[in-house]
Design a protein around this ligand. Sequence first.
Ligand SMILES: Cc1ncc(COP(=O)(O)O)c(C=O)c1O
Ligand SMILES: N[C@@H](CCCC[NH3+])C(=O)O
Length: 475
Amino acid sequence: MPSDGPPAARGSAIARPSVGAPLEEQVWPATATLDDDGVLRLGGLRVDELADRFGTPTFLLDEDDFRARARAWRAGFPDGDVYYAGKAFLCRAVARWVAQEGLSLDVCTGGELAVAASVGFPPERLLFHGNNKSVEELSRAVAHGVGRIVLDSFVEIDRLAGIARAAGIRQRVLIRVTPGVEAHTHEYIATGQEDQKFGFSLASGAATAAVGQVLGAADALELVGLHAHIGSQIFDTAGFGLAAHRMVGLLVTVRDEHGVELPELDLGGGLGIAYTGEDAPLAVEEVADRLHTIVGKECAGAGLAVPRLAVEPGRAMVGPTTVTLYRVGTVKELPGLRTYVSVDGGMSDNIRTALYDARYTARLVSRPGSAEHHVVTLVGRHCESGDVVAHDVPLPADVAPGDLVAVPATGAYHRSMASNYNHVGRPPVVAVRAGAARVIVRRETEDDLLRLDVDDVDDVDGAAGEGSKPGEAGR
Ligand SMILES: Cc1ncc(COP(=O)(O)O)c(C=O)c1O
Ligand SMILES: N[C@@H](CCCC[NH3+])C(=O)O
């Protein structure tokens, strides 16, 4: 699988003529350029100046790139719905951009719903996912007027019907189906195959049974369509095509068995992005074209009206827009083994390397560095040997403490999966655009972390009022 998988054999020294080597276009955000002195610019701003202003590590998000990607998705599905998958990265500013660009939003927890609600995201353009939504979350979604809720289990059908009935609302719903498509991606992020926790299986007949159960609760639930999501970080159209084919087949079965033509078909997200120069992601237009063609052809063959298509891109919308800017703290050469370059973040801001053996590239971005490059292991600051940011990255042989190193393609599933391991505050997200920078998620401080810590005594002897208060920590 491109970008994920065990690290290749780790060499030590190579010579690469990469002083001023161009940025690999598919990996870096759209506005990324290099100044003559080797400093990376994003959104028209030099990263050395951004580091001075905002500190490191910091996520730098290219707002124009995000908006351009949103528009490309919108253009690819002019008669359908594009739900940005908020799990990839969501904050108030991003929710606002999504709304402004005319997209809809996929949320999968009460927390994500709260972000959307806090900026007045149009409720009818919200879609609520999840294999174990709580009664409280479902009630909140119904009361909020969420446009569509995706049903994921038999127990949830009854649960939601009861909630909608009590609220005197007929809730629009889709049914999540597992179409039995094995996406070629890491097993932890594949969701189309039979053996997994999401949705109703097509092959076992659970999906058609679910349709029957929802139609039986028609006073409270309005079944508008079917949903499938086969996995994430996918590079070929075959899986999407097969899923579309099977889902249209299910629409035909539903028509034949229940006498209803469902008007909507949501084919989920999953489009892969380039994490390294070796990845060749599909273009949005290509995927859109493929899905429209398959669904159109199959529906024509079955005498079915073409349903309104929906998609749920997360990674492909936000992943490539962001780089993580780190500062090098130490360089440790183990003769005959490898060189470790330690930066001031790590698995707390990028868990993907440890979790999926994901591959990344990295670049010295505060100066050109020497022509000779060494293949190094870029590691973080956490108390764990698995705290690797990027395996086997060529960096200038003279990389040194104080240098800035950037890792691209970190917009999706990085800040949103960040942790406070070792009591490290999560990095901020700074949006850059046309020469201006704006913090859209601020850095977590030690005060933020201590605020959650509940104790009724203040020092180690148990006396009240002696120890340092949370507000004084870290000063
Ligand atoms: C139901 C659903 N929709 C959309 C997405 C977004 O996927 P991606 O970020 O790969 O586009 C996911 C995550 O895989 C998902 O589970
Ligand atoms: N978190 C995963 C993707 C999960 C997709 C959510 N359904 C990743 O980083 O690749």
